[in-house]
Design a protein around this ligand. Structure first.
Ligand code: AKG
Ligand code: FE2
Length: 320
């Protein structure tokens, strides 16, 4: 990964293109996921107006007084729904919490009563009905884009195109709105206090709105950090640990972080909205048989997505 290349792909090539265009898209996506684990995606199904509205409502929410936001902190849910205050989450191996607060919205199950009972209800913000409506809309659109990307990955892995569909429809995905809050006295920060410490994402793939603002970096194989930026309203998509496990390390869940800006800019906010695409909890993360051979022995013990998530939420301090 000396010459880091994060390609920009057009999702319409896959969703409406000729079979040739679809194949090219899936090859390019697969290649990027075996190298850096990151791509940027244009024409992802959210127009500029929706993204602007999203930023507007997200800023409105985080501008509410602290005690009002705290009303939306739900004990016992490990931050999986509603508000998580400053100082709560840290990267897996970090000692100091990240400099952020966030909101999480989960799946709205339609139909399947049994599955609906497995998920906590979403938390609605009374003061901001538009926040609820827009975050739900963005959740739906990113889930659709993510399902298309998984179809392209399935083709790359020589699986049937619909391989992931029944595993992720009504899955345990999370939309997270993050506020990297301003600091009046950034010079007093602990030296290891960062906006988001080096980590790998837990889920299958992450679709991120907001990397048009500086700060996101990926760790290269040489151990140096490389900035990731998206053009305009493009989104960044990366592989998470669940997809790395399923593919027995063929697809790479690359370490990334969000660095602090220069001191003067620490007095300003940064916002981002990642969508963590998860399967349903009972889906097995055992390596796909096609990804295991003598040269690539099985790297991980079998477990389900639900068991794995539970372990990881404990490691990042969200679950006791
Ligand atoms: O804020 C960003 O740009 C990235 C956030 C991130 O990596 C995460 O929340 O997992
Ligand atoms: Fe991340």
């Amino acid at each position: 990964m000396n010459n880091v290349h994060i390609p920009r792909l057009d999702l319409l090539d896959f969703t409406t293109g000729s079979p040739d265009k679809q194949r090219q898209f899936s090859d390019a996506l697969g290649k990027a996921f075996t190298e850096t684990g990151f791509v940027t995606i244009a024409n992802h199904g959210m127009d500029k107006a929706l993204i602007n509205e999203l930023y507007e409502v997200v800023q409105q929410f985080f501008s509410l007084p602290e005690e009002q936001k705290r009303n939306y902190e739900i004990p016992g849910l490990a931050g999986q729904r509603g508000y998580t205050a400053k100082g709560k989450e840290k990267a897996k191996d970090a000692k100091t919490p990240d400099l952020k607060e966030f909101w999480q919205r989960g799946q709205t199950v339609i139909g399947d009563d049994e599955l609906r009972a497995n998920y906590p209800d979403n938390v609605e913000v009374k003061e901001l009905p538009k926040f609820n409506a827009i975050t739900e809309e963005v959740y739906r659109r990113l889930e659709l884009a993510g399902r298309s990307l998984l179809k392209a990955i399935a083709l790359y892995l020589d699986l049937t195109e619909d391989y992931f569909e029944d595993k992720v429809i009504n899955g345990n995905s999370i939309l997270r709105a993050i506020h990297y809050f301003p600091l009046e006295h950034p010079e007093t920060l602990a030296p290891d206090a960062v906006r988001a410490g080096a980590h790998e994402d837990i889920n299958l793939i992450t679709l991120l709105i907001g990397a048009s603002a500086d700060g996101l970096e990926v760790l290269t194989r040489e151990g140096t950090w490389y900035p990731v930026t998206a053009q305009g309203d493009d989104i960044v998509v990366n592989v998470g640990d669940m997809l790395q496990r399923l593919t027995n390390n063929k697809l790479k869940s690359t370490t990334h972080r969000v660095v602090n800006p220069p001191l003067a800019l620490m007095k300003t906010s940064r916002y981002s909205v990642p969508f963590f695409l998860h399967p349903k909890a009972d889906v097995s993360l055992a390596a796909l048989p096609s990804c295991v051979d003598a040269a690539h022995p099985k790297a991980y013990p079998d477990c389900t997505a639900g068991e794995y998530l539970d372990e990881r939420l404990r490691e990042i301090g969200l679950k006791m």
